[in-house]
Write a protein that binds this ligand. Sequence first.
Ligand code: ZN
Length: 193
Amino acid sequence: MSILKVARMGHPVLRAKARPLSAADIRSPRVQQLIDDMFETMREYQGIGLAAPQVHAGVRVFVAGLPPKTGRETPDDDDDDDDRDRQSVPLMTLINPEITPVGRETADDWEGCLSIPDIRGRVPRAREIAVRAYDRTGKRIEMRVSGFTARVIQHETDHLDGILFLDRMTNFVSLTFLDEFGRFWSHREVVEE
Ligand SMILES: [Zn+2]
């Protein structure tokens, strides 16, 4: 496996629409290798998600996952569902994902991006979504997800259409550098996607 170079904002690959993969493409050694390398790259940079265009591959694939934290919760977390919710994202590879919001409810929360280093901002996203996609074996997946996992899937699927989280912000009042985010805005762990 290899750690791949991550494209940063300004690279045209991040603004291009990625192409769908056929069933044969999905099973090809080239795509399987890409998926393995994307997982390794995501782990190396401590990301929670990584889309193929971020590693200069214009195909509709992303990987995501955040293992559940072990150990104690701080007292602050006890009555905070969002914090508990954000503690894990199932390990997944989604190919040709299609997203439909369930209901109209949206939620604002912090996002970051490996392609926009050291910046955080609050982004409105659908709270719950229905997802249709293929997994890395080419099997059809249908699921409903909500909360932080739904946010990650929306962020990564946007990458496949050349959309960055900044485009989804309704204003830039919350935009902050990572140091200031840590000092003023959050006791939470850093979220990179
Ligand atoms: Zn991103």
